[in-house]
Design a protein around this ligand. Structure first.
Ligand SMILES: [Zn+2]
Length: 145
């Protein structure tokens, strides 16, 4: 069984299931609901950073880092990733603050229908490609320049 959300968002690399809901649908660590991830929040963030770094190795092949539909359980600070690969955060949900300040987005950055429950910072972030924020829910957004 592969993750139902990896299928829904058409991930090129569907992930292993870590949680099965009462209806029998499977979820990977990235898509599992809050409190069902089976790893600590810090380890979860590390998995996200690994996924971003790995995607950089495939640049040029048309691949991008797919983080669509991901449920981020806590605050996450992206500075340590270095330059971002092309990335898709469509329909992702950030339960904690999302800190993209000073991040260098190397390619496109898609944030369609992304939910930032606790706000996000894009202060001094660099966009080198297309940045798309259609229908994104930002309750509090800090843009300081
Ligand atoms: Zn998944």
């Amino acid at each position: 069984m592969t993750c139902c959300k990896c299928a829904e968002y058409e991930w090129a690399d569907p992930q292993e299931v870590v949680y099965t809901d009462p209806e029998g649908k499977g979820y990977c660590v990235f898509h599992a609901p809050l409190y069902e991830k089976r790893i600590s929040n810090d380890d979860f963030n590390k998995r996200v950073f690994e996924r971003l770094r790995e995607s950089k190795l495939f640049e040029g092949s048309g691949r991008f880092c797919d983080l669509s539909g991901v449920v981020f359980p806590q605050e996450i600070k992206f500075q340590q990733v270095g330059q971002f690969p092309k990335v898709r955060f469509n329909s992702a949900c950030f339960e904690g603050f999302a800190d993209f300040s000073e991040v260098d987005f190397g390619g496109f950055a898609l944030f369609k229908e992304t939910i930032f429950s606790q706000g996000a910072s894009l202060s001094e972030a660099k966009f080198n490609g297309v940045a798309y924020f259609g229908k994104t829910e930002l309750e509090i957004m800090y843009i300081l320049t």
